[in-house]
Design a protein around this ligand. Sequence first.
Ligand SMILES: Cc1ncc(COP(=O)(O)O)c(C=O)c1O
Length: 434
Amino acid sequence: MPADAAYRAVRDELRPDVPPQLNLATFITTGMEPEAERLMAEFLYSNTVDGVQPLRTTDLAQRCVAALAELWHAPDPDSAVGTSTGGSSEACMLAGLAMLMRWRSRARGSGERPNLVMSAAVHVCWSKFCAYWDVEARQIPVAEGGFGIDPHTAAELCDTNTIGVVTVLGTTFDGSYEPVQQVCAALDQRRARDGVDVPVHVDAASGGLVAPFLDPALVWDFRLSRVDSINTSGHKYGLVAPGLGWLVWRDPSVVPVELGFSIDYTGGRLSTQTLTFTQPAAPIVAQYYQFLRLGAEGYRAIMQRCRDLARALAAHLNQFHDLRVISSGDDLPVVAFTTGDHASFTVTELADRLRQRGWLVPAYTLPPNQTNVTVARLVCRNDLSDILARRLADDITNAVTALRAYHGASRPRQRCDVLPRGSEAAPMLDEGGD
Ligand SMILES: Cc1ncc(COP(=O)(O)O)c(C=O)c1O
């Protein structure tokens, strides 16, 4: 097959039917500056384990690790241990393995089964970790109205075979931050009561590069001595194309030696702690570019804009008596909503209508014990422009109007009803500043 025909065949099969910017289901970065793209293209064939001089990409990755360790208040950022990974899932596996190995050395072949405590709102990678390494997953059902892990229940579920407690900043389901500080306090009380002493991992896949900039007073990171490790996804709010994750441990004392391997067959001695061996260097190069290019002020400005957009969209949704907003962008820049008790349509129908207008808005059920609730979620990312957000607000207005008409409006208006298309449908969504 000629090269151009093969190219077209592959491309035609994969041509996305939703432009990346209109995909509000994903947390993944869907746009970077041309300079970052050029760097990724230039380092397309680089492997992190290559012994390329003068600077290996693993050394570049260590600079990123040190930057994250500082951002997350590690006691001594330069001595914090960490690694790049293929994504947060791999980072979570490694963090879980470190906790498991440390428990094993404490348990000294007791024959007991280890367990991990978390809420039911964790990402599926934690269920995978437990299944793959035969760890009992102790998941706390999510409560009605309150989504995060309950600190008291988490502490009570722990015992001497608990390898750790996982807390999430913020959850995949609605973007809310779990109360890490309160979980640590409950675990401190538990240790004081009966000596059960359990470390905490923070899964900050999405929040690790949001909270430090937008919520600096929120204490969730290495300022809490119980937090041993934190992961984040470079390819989410790290603003890098996939796939890149980061894992940082607070200091070398919490990293089991068995986790590190030293090799010398790629040109120079290299220490690795990852599950994979070969790893593309290009996303690391792009992450370093973003850190240099944006700095803390740049990240803060971008995250603030995403949060402002999420809040404006939540305010828009709040106008409709048939919709109930569950999260309004106050934690992650994410809006989750469902339909109210008296709505004549479902969020799944609303998502279908939005799909006809080109938007991908996922509708899914909440975790146990809230599986009877279906929510839709809008992930506001850097490349959701103000103009697109305004278009989305108009499309939501029209979809609600059409669905009410289709099902026959079941109730009189309660709050501000649908605004006509082209009016000030989303007063906070100004067109400027795109
Ligand atoms: C809280 C959380 N943890 C872990 C993951 C897995 O991340 P990745 O897709 O980078 O492997 C996700 C993905 O959305 C997530 O939201």
